[in-house]
Design a protein around this ligand. Structure first.
Ligand code: ZN
Length: 185
């Protein structure tokens, strides 16, 4: 950030009085520009024994497969965001169950919140998807998944499906985890 989004003057990066970390400060109008993690909300849509995946038409990771997910918008709930992303990327309606994986990515300031869902009706590729398809477990393109959060969510799902219970899984993906993931992809 170079300029204040409130008054347009130049900002500086420094620790505000009484704070413990640097922020973008505007001396002209006094605004402190706090920056906080972004939530990525999405679904794991299931129909029968199959899971719906989307092949990304956009960067990053264009051409790789993902579960429908994206940044939450202001004024919506996490469930609404997950349903909207599913509609946008897969042209699909879902009945959302509970929160299933919550994954912190502190090095890129994101939190993933993935919900289990039942696919209701048809699907098609939205503008951000090259194609959308249903996969049996043995058909999952493990080496062509877009993000480690997606791989982890799917691995939990198939393990839990064998066990017959779907608890909430909270975990972290570190910078090292990411390096390993993208290094081997
Ligand atoms: Zn300002």
């Amino acid at each position: 950030m170079n300029f204040c989004s409130h008054c347009g003057q130049t900002v500086r990066f420094a620790i505000p009085e009484g704070d413990d970390r640097p922020r973008y400060l505007c001396d002209a109008c006094g605004t402190i520009h706090y920056q906080n993690p972004r939530i990525v909300a999405g679904t794991l849509p299931v129909i029968g024994s199959k899971v719906l995946l989307c092949r990304r038409a956009i960067s990053p990771r264009k051409g790789f497969w993902t579960l429908p997910a994206g940044y939450m918008e202001n004024a919506e709930t996490t469930v609404e965001a997950a349903a909207r992303e599913t509609r946008e990327e897969a042209c699909a309606e879902v009945a959302i169950h509970g929160l299933y994986t919550m994954i912190n990515l502190p090095h890129i300031n994101q939190v993933y919140m993935m919900f289990r869902a039942d696919l209701e009706g048809g699907f098609d590729a939205g503008p951000e998807s090259l194609e959308v398809a249903l996969f049996e477990e043995h058909e999952i393109p493990w080496d062509e998944l877009a993000f480690p959060t997606i791989e982890r969510t799917l691995r939990h799902f198939y393990q839990d499906r064998r066990d017959g219970v779907y608890p909430l899984h909270i975990s972290d993906i570190t910078a090292e985890d990411r390096e390993r993931y993208f290094g081997s992809a």
